[in-house]
Write a protein that binds this ligand. Structure first.
Ligand code: ADP
Ligand code: MG
Length: 258
């Protein structure tokens, strides 16, 4: 791939450092087919990929190549036909708190305030309401939404809703954050702001991000490595190391009040 020709000693060094980290998400010889009109249709064929601690991985590929299916398999929302997915060495076969998920459609609970949306998972997992509330408010502050803690999702802009969806997922302290085209519905200006928010969060907490997009520019901007899938069936075409520095890194960081 042309991008791999740009690998400087600095990038080489970074890649070697990444590969010395422990693997977090290990996808091994993964196969998946769906039934269509009574016949099996192969969607993913022999996907092999390892994501290491604190890596930012983007997955790109043409529409229908199985990107969402791959994310749903990692999330434990689909059954595995063959092969396996390991999280910290343990096989995945159901959703779990070690994997958080953010979708394009936000999927916030419309009847709950921002604060209640963010608290929800923490309370479900047994945290006291008081502690969950104080943690939720810290997350809400972190993304500059303190004035909106008691607002409802319909009162927020798309970018704000997506910030809530991200902190709701992060509040449960997952090891891997799965994001399926999370910013695809945003206008370019808000998309860039969300990308910068996400990078800032990622640089400050211990999380591996598995980010799906059909936008190669977005992938190049965000990722350490890009997993490129081929279509029909979805297969690993290549894994691209993204050159540093990030192309738009020099652009000004957002103020929390956008
Ligand atoms: P992408 O996210 O890359 O666009 P998807 O993972 O959504 O691709 O879909 C890959 C293929 O699998 C498509 O052909 C789609 O129609 C099919 N598919 C996805 N989910 C299901 C399902 N639950 N049942 C049957 N077919 C499905
Ligand atoms: Mg998809």
């Amino acid at each position: 791939h042309p991008l791999n020709e740009w690998i400087t000693p600095e990038i080489q060094d970074r890649n070697e450092r990444i590969l010395k980290r422990p693997p977090v998400l290990d996808i091994q010889k993964l196969h998946k087919s769906f039934e269509h009109k009574g016949k099996p249709v192969e969607v993913l064929r022999e996907i092999d990929f390892t994501a290491y601690k604190r890596e930012f991985i983007c997955v790109v590929g043409p529409s229908g190549c199985g990107k969402s299916t791959l994310a749903r398999l990692v999330a434990g929302l689909e059954t595995i036909d063959d092969g396996q997915i390991l999280m910290d060495g343990a096989a995945v076969n159901a959703p779990g708190p070690d994997r958080g998920m953010v979708f394009q459609s936000y999927s916030l609970f419309p009847w709950m305030t921002v604060k209640d949306n963010v608290m929800f998972g923490m309370v479900e997992s047994g945290m006291s309401k008081l502690t969950a509330e104080s943690e939720a408010l810290q997350w809400i502050d972190l993304v500059g939404l303190e004035k909106f803690a008691d607002s409802y999702p319909h009162q927020l802009s798309g970018g704000m809703k997506q910030r809530v969806a991200i902190i709701r997922a992060l509040a449960n302290q997952p090891k891997v954050l799965l994001m399926d085209e999370p910013f695809a519905a945003l206008d370019p200006k808000n998309r860039l702001k969300m990308q910068q928010y996400l990078l800032e969060i990622w640089q400050n907490i211990d999380i591996t991000i598995f980010f799906i997009t059909h936008d190669l520019d977005e992938a190049i901007y965000l990722a350490d490595r890009i997993l490129v899938l081929d279509a029909h069936p979805g297969r690993v075409k290549e894994v691209v190391n993204v050159p540093l520095p990030r192309p738009r890194e020099e652009e000004t960081f957002l103020s929390p009040a956008f």
